[in-house]
Design a protein around this ligand. Structure first.
Ligand code: GDP
Ligand code: MN
Length: 388
């Protein structure tokens, strides 16, 4: 579960971390009261969305009056932010954070995350804050430092000092840095986080540290004990992903144009890879689960085709306990009932695959059957090209 910036900052405030005062609004009519409570007339309006790079995408703007703040709120609420992270489809704005504007003397990058390969918590820091950290990693890797933390032991003075020096923070902020890194470390652990990223952490015009932006991802497996964080695990999902969840379909929307329906997560990954090898781009990841019943297949088709970018669908099913002839009938039944309009390529393998293929080949519906995964992927790429 990802937290929006304003939710993340609310959590961090409990640790007495230096966060500019602010309030979330979801409608321009809420702006006057919010600014009154904040005792602000000028400030910064920040579109709340599940992406970084909002600044570049026009989602962060300064305002000079409550009227301007209301106008920005109105504008942001209808916005789809297109950033490097979201791809061309973009992501919706959920709300707006109105915040006291900060004067920035220096911006640095600080993140806590898990290094799975090393089974260790990792502190990532860079004195090049405010920028895309992936860019820093490529263009000036020596400006990025990774420090493994001895979780759950307390942070040593050596680590606090090393990170402080590397970030080139002013000497006068040492105790603020110590308080900040300790607070972030504790917040990360208490929240079962998988990422806590502050970019930028700033030195203000007055020479104090402040956390200007925050990304906070919580491990979904811990949500049963993290409901107090105030996040909504469904908020970051697209409507199609929410629908898929209701049906226990494992679906993730992507930005290609070839819809995929596969049973088994590993096979679904292999299917997406194979599509890419043959020059196509998958529109989604979808694991229909072990049974691939006609009901599930029908729902899966509806969800896949609710994405207007889908130009062709590749079905790749391995019949194990479930036999391919039954799956073939299920696919045809589902096609008839939802009146599928995009070309469909079907590859069935496993128990009764010959019977399944025959049912597909002799039906009155236009289905392209394929023998192997490579064959299916090529045919799907070709079919999508004809449509697009
Ligand atoms: P992101 O683009 O989604 O990462 O959003 P951020 O909250 O990090 O804002 C992007 C950039 O906008 C920051 O790196 C700052 O340079 C700038 N910014 C954000 N808030 C303020 C502010 O209060 N004052 C000033 N001067 N700049 C700000
Ligand atoms: Mn940022």
């Amino acid at each position: 579960m990802k937290l929006l910036e304003y939710q993340a900052k609310k959590v961090l405030l409990k640790y007495n971390l230096p966060i500019p005062k602010g309030k979330m609004v979801a409608h321009p009519t809420e702006v006057p009261k919010a600014l009154q409570e904040l005792n602000l007339v000028k400030g910064v309006a920040k579109a709340q969305a599940f992406t970084g790079g909002r600044g570049k995408a026009g989602g962060i703007k300064l305002f000079n009056s409550p009227g301007e703040a209301a106008d920005l709120t109105q504008k942001f609420m209808g916005l789809t932010l297109v950033t490097k992270q979201t791809g061309p489809k973009g992501t919706p704005v959920h709300s707006v954070l109105l915040e006291e504007a900060s004067q920035i003397a220096k911006e640095v990058y600080v993140a806590l995350t898990l290094d799975r390969a090393a089974s260790s918590l990792l502190l990532i820091i860079s004195p090049e804050g405010g920028m895309d950290i992936e860019e820093v990693a490529v263009s000036s890797p020596h400006r990025l430092r990774k420090i493994h933390l001895p979780f759950p032991q307390p942070l040593s003075q050596a680590i606090i000092k090393e990170s402080f020096d590397f970030l080139e923070l002013p000497a006068s902020t040492y105790s603020e840095w110590e308080h900040t890194i300790q607070g972030l470390y504790k917040a990360y652990a208490d929240s079962d986080a998988s990422l806590l990223e502050i970019n930028p952490l700033i030195v203000s015009g007055q020479g104090h540290l402040a956390l200007l932006d925050c990304k906070f991802d919580i491990d979904d497996n811990a949500l049963f004990r993290q409901y107090e964080l105030g996040g909504d695990p469904l908020a970051e999902l697209t409507p199609a992903e929410v629908e898929a969840k209701k049906w226990d379909l494992n679906y993730i929307q992507l930005d290609g144009n070839i819809g995929c329906m596969v049973n088994g997560a590993g096979l679904a990954m292999a299917t997406m890879d194979t599509i890419q090898i043959f020059g196509g781009r998958p529109a989604n990841f979808l694991d229909v689960g072990g049974s691939a019943s006609e009901e599930a297949v029908k729902k899966a088709f509806e969800i896949i085709t609710s994405d207007p970018h889908v130009d062709a669908i590749l079905v790749n099913i391995f019949g194990g306990i479930m036999q391919c002839d039954k799956i073939a009938r299920g696919i045809l039944g589902a096609m008839r009932s939802i009146n599928l309009k995009v070309p469909l390529v079907v590859r069935l393998s496993g128990t009764n695959s010959q019977e399944g293929k025959q049912i597909i080949d002799t039906s009155e519906l236009t289905v392209i059957s394929a023998d192997t995964l490579a064959d299916g992927a090529q045919k799907a790429v070709q079919a999508a090209r004809k449509v697009a």
